[in-house]
Design a protein around this ligand. Structure first.
Ligand code: HEM
Length: 464
């Protein structure tokens, strides 16, 4: 254990907070801002005091991140306090589970995300975007300004359902996406509270949450029932989960377990991608030179025909652009773990049971590891896969054994969606709107992302 010269345990520096409640109120008020300020003031390992003598550590150094996510990952399962707040709506799925159960579910799910399968999703992704492009036509004719966030949610949900679950939800995408938003918002309030209130306390937020969860449950259980009856079921993620058998007991997953895995994909699989698209369009509008380069590349590679998976290796700038979007605005902006045994990080004592937060958002803006960290420079990813930073300093999809299984879906989907939309429209950020991130489980734009929509005659002509 790391000790000071006087033989005491070395505690990481951090804000004192208030008596009894510690830093709880600041974290509740503004999690992104409080983390950012404390990291700037105290450095790569920060200790926040929480009510009940609990500790929360924020770490932002590639070596420490490697230690937690990879080298000593067995000592760092998902933090039960955070995960427990997700469980009322996602149950025990890939995202919330640990140990053998997690390992088994991960093994079952992994083949559904193989590169060769994922490339086959491209036509469904482009088709769904084509539907959105048609829906937007009258709005573009009126040069309407609207928040693109719910539109991207609807699109990304339709895509996940069509590709991983072979189900068309386009008629219900708005309703289901709203239900997920309510469940996430409820979870977010509980995540940021840092002091648990009894779940039995009636509240309007809880009633709304239970109603939204019922909407999702009746949809998901209906899907499972239908699939059980279908003898010619497609070989997708749901069928894989349905057919999976435990190697030792021969048991299959119960309807509740299946439900939890499908809902986990609702949690992880579409708001993340949707939000990255929202940030992507705002950055294109804020950086005309970048938009010009993206448009020129799309014009050269695809012209005005629909983009395909085969185009992607040639859309090199668009790929680098998307990597830079995820650097500045990683949808999963924090991850938390909790050590089983006492540990030491960066020379500081980290007691068993504390919460350890890793923030891709802060790591991606660390001036010691990134050149011009606040600048928007897609070119950095044209030169290097990690933008010139150390491997564990670029972690939009995490690293180690819990690396996001859907990263291959996201990096296929986002460039195709962006290319297809740019072929038809130009999106301009509403005048005076300040793009500021806030936490709603994922990294949301505060106040939405109002953008004006205009027709373009050809993809290259859309350049400013
Ligand atoms: C831009 C899009 C995405 C980003 C930035 C993202 C990021 C991440 C990150 C950072 C994690 C690790 C979280 C942690 O360990 O605490 C994660 C896990 C996960 N993601 Fe993604 N993700 C994206 C898209 C997707 C998609 C498209 C899917 C599925 C279709 C998906 C499914 C999952 C699942 C199931 C997990 C839990 C994996 C496990 O713990 O074994 N994600 N994602």
């Amino acid at each position: 254990m790391s000790l000071t010269s006087s033989g005491r345990v070395r505690h990481a520096p951090g804000p004192q907070g208030y008596p009894v409640v510690g830093c709880g109120p600041d974290l509740v008020r503004d999690l992104v801002g409080t983390f950012t300020r404390a990291w700037r003031e105290y450095g790569d390992v920060v200790r926040f005091r929480l009510p009940g003598k609990r500790n929360l550590f924020l770490i932002a150094h590639p070596d420490h991140i490697k230690h937690v996510l990879d080298e000593r990952q067995a000592n760092y399962p998902k933090d039960p306090l955070s995960v427990g707040k997700f469980e009322p709506w996602v149950g025990q799925g890939l995202f919330t589970s640990n140990g053998d159960f997690h390992f088994r579910q991960r093994r079952l799910a992994q083949p559904a995300f193989k590169g060769s399968r994922i490339a086959g999703f491209a036509p469904a992704m482009v088709d769904a975007t084509g539907d959105l492009v048609r829906d937007w036509h009258p709005r573009a004719t009126r040069e309407e300004t609207f928040d693109i966030t719910p539109e991207m949610f609807r699109l990304a949900l339709t895509i996940v359902m069509r590709t991983l679950f072979s189900t068309d939800v386009s008629g219900r995408a708005g309703e289901l996406a709203r239900a997920v938003r309510i469940c996430n918002a409820y979870t977010n309030t509980r995540l940021q509270r840092f002091v648990e209130l009894p779940q039995s306390l009636p509240s309007r937020a809880r009633t709304r949450f239970l109603r939204a969860r019922d909407t999702l449950d009746s949809f998901v259980y209906g899907l499972i029932e239908e699939r059980r009856r279908d003898s010619s079921a497609p070989d997708d993620l749901l069928t894989r989960f349905l057919r999976a058998q435990d190697e030792q007991t021969g048991e299959r997953m119960s309807d509740k377990q299946l439900r939890d895995e499908v809902v986990t994909m609702f949690l992880g699989g579409y708001e993340t991608t949707a939000l990255s698209l929202v940030w992507a369009f705002s950055l294109l509008s804020r950086h005309p030179e970048s938009e010009r380069r993206a448009r020129a590349e799309i014009a050269e590679v695809c012209g005005d025909r629909e983009p395909t998976a085969a185009d992607l290796p040639k859309l090199r700038y668009l790929k680098a652009f998307y990597q830079e979007v995820l650097r500045l605005y990683p949808s999963v902006w924090t991850m938390s773990r909790s050590p089983l045994e006492d540990d030491e990080i960066g020379g500081y004592h980290v007691p068993a049971g504390s919460q350890v937060f890793i923030s891709p958002y802060l790591m991606h803006r660390h001036p010691r590891f990134w050149e011009n960290p606040e600048g928007f420079l897609p070119e950095r990813f044209e030169k290097s896969a990690t933008g010139g930073a150390p491997l564990y300093a670029y972690i939009p999809f995490s690293r180690g054994p819990r690396l996001c299984p859907g990263s291959s879906v996201a990096v296929l989907e986002a460039p195709l969606v962006i290319a297809r939309i740019l072929q038809a429209y130009r999106l301009t950020l509403a005048g005076g709107h300040v793009c500021e991130p806030t936490s709603n489980v994922f990294l949301y734009p505060r106040g939405g992302m109002p953008m004006r929509l205009e027709h373009v005659k050809g993809v290259a002509e859309g350049a400013r």
